[in-house]
Design a binder for this molecule. Structure first.
Ligand code: SF4
Ligand code: SF4
Length: 280
């Protein structure tokens, strides 16, 4: 019985990583994948040194200018505008290149070969039976998706995985969710929380993945999120209260399930409910 659960939110700071880490520690034998590769912080709550596994490289073109006839077929092909051909020269903008390889295929002179460009790194550690994987996008690199793809390639299909998504609704979020059986959307009980939640719901519905909502810091705002979930028949999975004790533990980097064991039961029950819902 395995299930891949993405944990997402419309904006940062809603408690997405709190849910992912506490749920992973409650389950124990699970894979926790920190897909927030621009700002990974799951490891900060595990108290373990990370081991570097491998770099993430993007394949990029190299133009042999002696062979190039400046025909422009490569730049016409490149829909990311990473290549520009002038009458007497051609230019390549590596940051715009998605590494699709198409320009190499269309060049009639075989003037384009490939090389690699490092854009990030993959790290791992273990906590008991839990495997933790984390990616880090190099500073200044614009494309998180290839690092997330690499991270996901380390998931063992015979075991369940929790994927801590980047915030927002852009490509890295969609890449994180794309192989998930279920998505947990974490939000706060505020007008801003509801606004961002609605955007996330649109994305998950577009991807046609079953989902439910966790309200974090319950009691700190109003009941608009609950009312919206009720009206839209959205599964309200869990409410985590606004709690001085939880906030204090968070500020010290201590996952609250490690000192509040009743929450371990709640996260295990949540996992069971999700597994049943997706029929795994
Ligand atoms: S397709 Fe090949 S020959 Fe034509 S401009 Fe590009 S690199 Fe040069
Ligand atoms: S590999 Fe793809 S994205 Fe990169 S320059 Fe060539 S066509 Fe453009």
């Amino acid at each position: 019985m395995t299930v891949n659960i993405a944990i997402a939110s419309g904006k940062g700071g809603t408690g997405k990583t709190t849910v992912a880490v506490n749920m992973a520690l409650s389950l124990g034998d699970v894979q926790l994948i920190d897909c927030d590769v621009e700002n990974p912080n799951g490891h900060l709550f595990l108290g373990k040194e990370l081991e570097k596994v491998e770099p993430v490289n993007l394949i990029i073109p190299v133009i042999d200018k002696a062979k190039c006839t400046k025909c422009g077929k490569c730049s016409d092909f490149c829909r990311y505008n990473a290549l520009v051909t002038f009458k007497h020269d051609s230019l390549f903008f590596p940051e715009m290149c998605h590494g699709c390889g198409g320009c190499m295929m269309v060049c009639p002179e075989k003037a384009i070969t490939e090389t690699t460009r490092p854009i990030g790194k993959i790290f791992t550690t273990t906590v008991g039976k839990m495997d933790f994987w984390s990616g880090l996008l190099n500073i200044g690199e614009p494309m998180a998706t290839p690092v997330i793809k690499n991270l996901k390639s380390h998931i063992e299909s015979s075991r369940s995985a929790l994927l801590d998504s980047p915030p927002g609704t852009a490509c890295p979020v969609i890449e994180t969710m794309s192989d998930a059986n279920f998505v947990i959307l974490v939000t706060e009980p505020t007008p801003f929380g509801l606004h961002d939640l609605k955007l996330s719901i649109d994305v998950v519905r577009m991807l046609d993945i079953p989902f439910g909502v966790i309200v974090n810091r319950m009691g700190s705002g109003d009941d608009r999120v609950q009312m919206h979930c009720k009206a839209e028949e959205i599964n309200l999975l869990m409410e985590i209260p606004q709690s001085q004790e939880i906030a204090s533990l968070y500020s010290k980097g201590i996952p609250f399930v490690t000192v509040m064991p009743e929450w371990k039961e709640k996260f295990m029950d949540l996992y069971d409910r999700i597994s049943k819902e997706v029929g795994q």
